[in-house]
Design a protein around this ligand. Structure first.
Ligand code: NAD
Ligand code: UFG
Length: 337
């Protein structure tokens, strides 16, 4: 019998790509999502690409009894917890919404898991829990600190998971700290579907190239980086998806394991702009602006621990990240609508 994985937030950007990778790897999947930031069409397309059905439940993780019932009925062997809100600026303006959705939602899920005796969990954390980098590349021993309510929810959930793990040895918990996920499945049928004007660099650029936005605004060219623009560790979402499958395979050997999922390579905003120009065959129009509040200069992972413990490394390069993201944008100018 194949094993079933329960994905909270599985209809979203990273969840839908991970769902596809799980199906292709032989797992069955149940998605539990309230569709607050996603579309049912994403799940239909995943099913079509994989040639396999997904069990889909519309629900909110904050409704503990509904989650417990869904977990019990799905007979899942593990949970991957993607569900959450993720806009840093919005979290500063509306912290209670973030504490309610992300923190209370996670507590409700964890209680439901304990109730049904399911104690294997992979959690979507973020490089944001490292705060302002004190050294580079950032390994998992780097001190943890946060600068906004979104990041605080991630760190608080991580702390809760560490406490649960210390209190009960039956739990197996993987905390995956994503760096900057970009790209799309190479079919061009699923991808990132931001609502409104994107905050993140890569979806903003693809919308400029598609003519939906006029010009990229580059937030700062006076950082202490080789070309003055911010440097990040961009990782292809399909590599990230494979990281989850690898983590699932290994997690029973661990009680609570935090891992970076990044490439270990930092690229500047101008590196990304130039790669898109290459992929799209035309220059990316941009203007320089002052730094964006809260941004850091440079951030990239030391991904060695994931390599040593999971046998996982990111394989896709920057050009592939940009060309796959661009293919998705071109084929789906209005996202899933
Ligand atoms: P996304 O918004 O595309 O997906 C999140 C999914 O969770 C959506 O389908 C949404 O409808 C669902 N959801 C939200 N609140 C819910 C609730 N209360 N109950 C049920 N479903 C709910 O985001 P994503 O980019 O796929 O991110 C997935 C996870 O990874 C998030 O936890 C995010 O914080 C984390 N993460 C994302 C990034 C990134 O840059 N994309 C980086 C680091 C960490
Ligand atoms: N940038 C621009 N113009 C834009 C958007 C971004 O110049 O329109 C620059 C930023 O200043 C930064 C780089 O592009 O130097 C990357 O910015 P993103 O907004 O794409 O990504 P961040 O690294 O700022 O943040 C992302 C997620 C956070 C998460 C963090 C660490 O949005 O939620 O990665 O994982 F916390």
């Amino acid at each position: 019998m194949s094993s079933r994985v329960f994905l909270t937030g599985g209809a979203g950007y990273i969840g839908s790509h991970t769902c596809l990778e799980l199906l292709i790897s032989g797992y069955d999947v149940t998605i539990f999502d309230n569709f607050s930031n996603s579309h049912i069409e994403a799940v239909k397309r995943v099913e079509a690409i994989a040639g396999k059905k997904v069990a889909l439940i519309k629900g909110d993780i904050r409704y503990h009894e509904k989650v417990a019932q869904a977990l019990r009925e799905s007979k899942s062997q593990a949970v991957i917890h993607f569900a959450g809100l993720k806009a840093v600026g919005e979290s500063v303006e509306n912290p209670l919404v973030y504490f309610d959705n992300n923190l209370a939602g996670s507590l409700s899920l964890l209680q439901a898991m304990r109730e049904v005796g399911l104690k294997t969990l992979i959690f979507s954390s973020s490089a944001t829990v490292y705060g302002e980098p004190q050294y580079l590349p950032i390994d998992e021993k780097h001190p943890l600190s946060v600068t906004n309510p979104y990041g605080r929810t991630k760190l608080m959930i991580e702390d809760i998971l560490r406490d649960i793990s210390s209190s009960d040895e039956d739990w197996s918990i993987g905390i995956l700290r994503y760096f900057n996920p970009v790209g799309a499945h190479d079919s061009g049928r699923i991808g990132e579907n931001p609502i409104g004007v994107p905050n993140n660099l890569v979806p903003y650029i693809t919308q400029v190239m598609a003519g939906r936005l006029e010009k990229l605004r580059i937030w700062g060219n006076d950082y202490p980086t080789p070309d003055g623009t911010g440097v990040r560790d961009y990782i292809h979402v399909m590599d990230l998806a494979r990281g989850h499958v690898k983590a699932l395979e290994q997690i029973s050997d661990h009680r609570c394991l935090a891992l970076n999922l990044g490439t270990g390579i930092g690229y500047s905003v101008l590196d990304i702009v130039n790669t898109f120009a290459d992929v799209c065959g035309q220059a990316v129009p941009f203007d320089m602006y002052p730094r964006r509040a809260g941004d850091i200069a440079t951030c990239y992972a030391d991904p060695k621990r994931a390599k040593d413990l999971l046998g996982w490394t990111a394989e896709r390069d920057l050009k592939q990240m940009c060309s796959d993201h661009w293919r998705w944008q071109q084929r789906n100018p209005n996202g899933y609508l």
